[in-house]
Design a protein around this ligand. Structure first.
Ligand SMILES: [Zn+2]
Length: 419
């Protein structure tokens, strides 16, 4: 009985062991399969890398011959396996610049990547994939080694591809009419003009109260004000002052045309040319009533302008002369003196009944667009016709002035007046 029992126990143990062995073999098979898979992946990766390097070497024979003379080599060095494949520490690295100096750098090797920290911790460390590098003891100094990157033609070809693709993409975008690159260029231009405007004489303080750093633009007058004064400008209406933010509004180059050509100092020499004593001008701490009173007197009544003309005829001939000589400040002076901008000029010009606007459009070129813009924005009525029935809009077509047309359409003249 006892032996039979012993047999049974042994048999049971044997069965258990066989079962365990079976499980172990199954696990081993799975592990082996996984290892094989990983190995195959690695092999595939390395083969692809080898082919890539081989083909790029063949592509550039010159580079190839250089590589034989101490450059990148296909034959890799064998390392002493006892040292393992991970390491941290400091290495002396020769700098990349013209002046080669040795710099002590924190380095680490792990997972086939060499990480080289910069001297300052705020810069991202350099990570080199060792699969694409060659480690070589230095010929000159036994304490040194060289780490050679793959032949530069590998990168050159990649760069050429990226550049070609990018160019093709830009070309396609342009043909589709999206013109994203063009818009970027225009945005940069606008930014540059805004910076220029902010640096113009007098533009460091508000045109009305002298508060520093004014950021509100009167597009029809070409001046900058602070936020408080800009509120009063708005109240006066767009026929007096059109306010836009230099920071919040998306300004176009045409909105900046007058700002670029006027500026607070020049403007105030005219509009505040004859300030009485005591000074009625508000300060940055003035309350709204004081500001409002001054701003209305300055912009609506033109109360502080030094008068230079004695008669209406005088003003008309000054207006004509200002447009003829393309003198924007002279135009603002005569405007400030209350000239009737849309009255026919004293000299007939090309057609009887031409206004200053007709005249400025007819004679416009890229150096006089700011005069056209000032007249468009401050004339009130853009539909005044010559004796032959031509409006300024007709003149744009007659004399082929597309730039003036753009400025005029911004001022919204009537487009249904026939000849
Ligand atoms: Zn102000």
């Amino acid at each position: 009985m006892a032996t039979q029992q012993g047999h049974s126990i042994l048999k049971l143990d044997g069965l258990k062991t066989a079962d365990k062995l079976k499980q172990y073999i199954e696990k081993l098979a799975a592990d082996l399969y996984n290892i094989k898979q990983t190995q195959d992946e690695e092999k595939k990766h390395l083969t692809a890398l080898r082919d890539l390097i081989k083909s790029s070497l063949q592509l550039d024979q010159k580079e190839d011959s250089q590589s034989k003379q101490g450059g990148y080599s296909m034959h890799q060095l064998q390392g002493n396996k006892e040292y393992g494949s991970e390491k941290k520490g400091y290495l002396l690295k020769k700098s990349d610049g013209l002046r080669k100096v040795w710099q002590r750098r924190k380095c680490s090797v792990k997972g086939g990547i060499l990480t080289i920290s910069h001297a300052t911790s705020n810069r991202q460390p350099v990570r080199l994939n060792l699969l694409t590098c060659q480690v070589k003891p230095s010929g000159e100094d036994k304490k040194c080694f060289d780490l050679i990157s793959p032949p530069s033609c590998l990168y050159t070809h990649r760069w050429i591809s990226v550049l070609t693709n990018s160019k093709e993409e830009a070309l396609n975008t342009a043909f589709r009419g999206e013109q994203s690159a063009g818009e970027d260029g225009l945005e940069d231009l606008t930014k540059a003009i805004i910076e220029d405007v902010l640096r113009m004489p007098g533009n460091e303080v508000c045109c009305d109260c002298g508060a520093v750093d004014p950021k509100w633009l009167s597009t029809n007058l070409g001046i900058l004000t602070c936020i408080e004064c800009s509120g009063i400008h708005r109240e006066m209406g767009v026929h007096v002052s059109r306010i836009q933010s230099m920071e919040l509004d998306k300004l176009g180059t045409s909105e900046l045309l007058l700002a670029k050509n006027v500026g607070n100092s020049s403007f105030n020499e005219i509009l505040e040319g004859n300030l009485p004593c005591p000074l009625p001008k508000p300060t940055p701490s003035s309350d709204m009533t004081v500001r409002k009173e001054f701003i209305n007197a300055k912009y609506v009544d033109h109360k502080f302008v030094r008068k230079t003309c004695t008669s209406a005829a005088d003003k008309m001939s000054e207006l004509h002369e200002a447009v003829r000589s393309r003198d924007l400040l002279a135009l603002i002076q005569v405007y400030a003196e209350g000239v009737e901008l849309m009255e026919p000029l004293p000299e007939a010009g090309q057609e009887p009944g031409e206004t200053a606007l007709h005249f400025s459009v007819r004679t416009a070129d890229h150096t006089s667009l700011h005069l056209v813009d000032f007249l468009v924005q401050n004339s009130g009525n853009l539909d005044k016709q010559t004796d032959r029935g031509n409006t300024a809009l007709h003149y744009c077509c007659l004399y082929e002035k597309p730039e003036c047309l753009k400025l005029l359409l911004r001022g919204k003249p009537a487009t249904d007046i026939g000849e």
